[in-house]
Design a binder for this molecule. Structure first.
Ligand SMILES: Cc1cc2nc3c(=O)[nH]c(=O)nc-3n(C[C@H](O)[C@H](O)[C@H](O)COP(=O)(O)OP(=O)(O)OC[C@H]3O[C@@H](n4cnc5c(N)ncnc54)[C@H](O)[C@@H]3O)c2cc1C
Length: 453
């Protein structure tokens, strides 16, 4: 059995399979470009320097002892021939050679990639925040901007360059963009006074979105709370606006303004991994359509889940039907870790049942709500429909992440990092070593690797 993707869905599917299948029932193989599961909901904390990057990386080898891990990236699929083409990776992500894996059952859980639009300059300049490489790059890049700004002469040209270097434009006011901006703003403002010629008020954040609210996932009331917190802290939030063109030192927005900036953060949503198009089966908004048992209809032996799959949301469908609002369409679960983790568990159970071990059941999960940590004591959360803000929301957010992190040793490391970040002065050191090109969306997320056929 080959599982493509060691994220939330793949990891939890394999945990369930290792638990349910007797040792000789199947050979479990996982193809993933890294040897860890990335706990992405805590990437903003890494970008802000609160958490060590490795502490949100859960070891696949340690946590999946019965699974053979193939460090590589699946790039092609032959469904009738039951083979998978895999690029094996060297350190640094280069391809050392390509191999072929045979499968009897295939689980496709490669997640999503940052959604880019055909906007001039974005592909060449925007940095996503979906991988550890991108998160680490962004932090170092922003600290470097402070260093460069600090040595600029006090001339009109020097002042103009200083403004470009100390202004960050972020696109996307969903949980990714909002958390990244809020946490970065909090941490960078805290350390900026350590540079002789940088004033905390020089560091400027512009958060833009085409949508009319921030954090639409949490509803209008909590969105307004987050918006007020951001504006109180000086973040320039512009709604109903997006990027028209990005250049090296300035960014044109659709409201007719130009923002001098050398940093463009792209958090404008995600789209399913292009790998799923290789199945040749039905897609819904780019996600592979599956039935409630997470099987790809009409393709025996192939399953999918997580961000890459359109999984029917039976709970929402029932709620709609009860309210008489059934419009004939099937709602699908949103692309969140909360669902992907539970998809994985259900998928593992159902694949084991297909192999004669246990009972298959349709996927059904009531959304527990979302949390958003906005840096400092600012946070909003909606657990089980209850609206929370401030320190209580922060406690719920952190408590939830500690509970959901699927490794005790990572939990301890993260908890200690948070404790130390509260007790000790903020760190402002750069590790370096990641060039800007390596942290562009296309390179870091390898979005073009599938196009070669
Ligand atoms: C910054 C950020 C914050 C977030 N915050 C939250 C939050 O607070 N709450 C929440 O519920 N969700 C959050 N999410 C969303 C959540 O991370 C995703 O919904 C979740 O990771 C999806 O799980 P998945 O298993 O489908 O994909 P992933 O967890 O992304 O795993 C996919 C895996 O497949 C690998 N892969 C990709 N392509 C290939 C290939 N061709 N071959 C082999 N392997 C491949 C990837 O490297 C990765 O390891 C956040 C996401 C981000 C980026």
């Amino acid at each position: 059995m080959v599982v493509v993707g060691g994220g939330f869905a793949g990891f939890h599917a394999l945990r369930a399979l290792e638990k349910r299948l007797p040792p000789d029932a199947a050979e479990l193989v996982l193809v993933n470009p890294t040897d860890y599961l990335l706990y992405s909901p805590l990437l903003p904390d890494v970008t802000a320097g609160l958490l060590e990057p490795r502490h949100i990386a859960v070891s696949l080898r340690q946590r999946l002892p019965r699974t053979r891990l193939v460090l590589g990236r699946a790039t092609g699929l032959d469904v009738p021939g039951r083979t998978l083409r895999v690029d094996l990776l060297e350190d640094g992500g280069t391809v050392s050679r390509t191999t072929q894996l045979d499968w009897d059952r295939l689980v496709l859980v490669p997640g999503s990639v940052t959604r880019q639009f055909d906007i001039p300059g974005v592909a060449e300049r925007a940095h996503g925040v979906k991988t550890l490489v991108e998160a680490r790059y962004l932090r170092d890049h922003l600290l470097t901007q402070m260093d460069r700004a600090d040595v600029l002469p006090d001339t009109p040209e020097g002042r103009a360059e200083k403004e470009q270097r100390l202004t960050v434009v972020a696109v996307g006011a969903g949980y990714t963009g909002t958390e990244i901006v809020a946490q970065l703003q909090h941490q960078l403002t805290a350390v900026s006074s350590r540079w002789e010629r940088v004033d905390p008020s020089d560091v400027r954040f512009v958060l833009i979105d085409l949508a009319p609210t921030v954090l639409p996932e949490l509803g209008p009331q909590l969105g307004d709370v987050a918006l007020s917190a951001l504006r109180r802290r000086g973040v320039d939030v512009r709604l109903g606006v997006t990027v028209k063109e990005a250049r090296d030192t300035e960014i044109d927005l659709t409201d007719g303004t130009t923002v001098p900036s050398r940093t463009l953060i792209w958090g404008a949503g995600v789209t399913a991994s292009p790998l799923v198009t290789r199945v040749g089966s039905e897609l819904q908004r780019g996600r592979l359509v599956v039935d409630p048992y997470l099987r790809v209809p009409g393709v025996p032996g192939v399953y999918a889940a997580g961000d890459a799959a359109a999984v029917p949301d039976l709970v929402v469908a029932d709620q709609r039907a009860a309210k008489g609002g059934d419009d004939g369409t099937t709602p699908v679960t949103p692309p969140t870790a909360q669902h992907a983790q539970r998809h994985g568990h259900a998928l593992g159970r159902n694949v084991a049942a297909d192999l004669g071990h246990g009972q298959a059941r349709p996927y059904r999960h009531r959304d527990l709500g979302l949390v958003a940590d906005l840096g400092g004591w600012d946070a909003v959360a909606k657990p089980l429909g209850i609206r929370l803000r401030g320190p209580l929301a922060k406690a719920v957010a952190r408590g939830y992440h500690l509970y959901a992190l699927p490794s005790a040793s990572n939990r301890v490391r993260v908890a200690v990092d948070w404790l130390l970040a509260t007790a000790l002065p903020a760190q402002d050191v750069q590790i370096g070593a990641i060039p800007s090109e390596a942290a562009l969306v296309a390179t870091a997320q390898q979005t073009e690797r599938y196009l070669a056929g």
